[in-house]
Ligand binder design. Structure first.
Ligand code: CMP
Length: 138
């Protein structure tokens, strides 16, 4: 089934000049880019995006990290986009991620893990709607 998912190239991957490497990995995996934005998240925007994690002990640090510099936010489309993106990203903790995955190659630790991807069709829908209007997806 053709699906849409949301991805964020996080501030660590942006500041280490890995936007190009991440994009070419995604293009090689045949994702179509339907929308792309360059954003420096505010604290409120990062808190809103990650509100499902608001009770977690790592939440304040995650919000600080996600606001430390700009990010690239994209809507990607392909067959099985949600599961495929998660396969290409690798496990949340780069130390546990399979060789050849984006997080294994570009991530630093469980927080500074280079890339975000939606984890279900409901979260993909919610996360896409958080950043993009229908008219912005082409
Ligand atoms: P992401 O897939 O964007 O979803 C939530 C984020 O919280 C995750 O990637 C990490 O950046 C961060 N995160 C998840 N678990 C932990 C943890 N145990 N400690 C610190 N950060 C975490």
């Amino acid at each position: 089934m053709r699906e849409r998912t949301l991805t964020i190239i996080k501030p660590d991957a942006v500041s280490s000049k890995n936007i190009g490497k991440t994009l070419s990995r995604l293009e090689k995996e045949n994702f179509n880019i339907l929308g792309i934005k360059w954003i420096h998240l505010t604290t409120a925007q990062a808190q809103g995006f990650y509100h499902v994690h608001r009770e977690r002990p790592f939440f304040p640090s995650l919000v600080r990290f996600m606001t430390e510099g700009p990010v690239v936010v994209m809507v990607l489309e392909k067959e099985n986009a949600i599961a495929d993106l998660r396969r290409v990203m690798g496990a949340t903790d780069p130390a546990q991620a399979d060789p050849g995955t984006i997080r294994k190659d570009l991530g630093t630790n469980i927080e500074r893990n280079a890339i975000h991807g939606s984890d279900s069709s409901q979260s993909a829908e919610d996360e896409i709607g958080y950043f993009f209007s229908k008219m912005e997806l082409v």
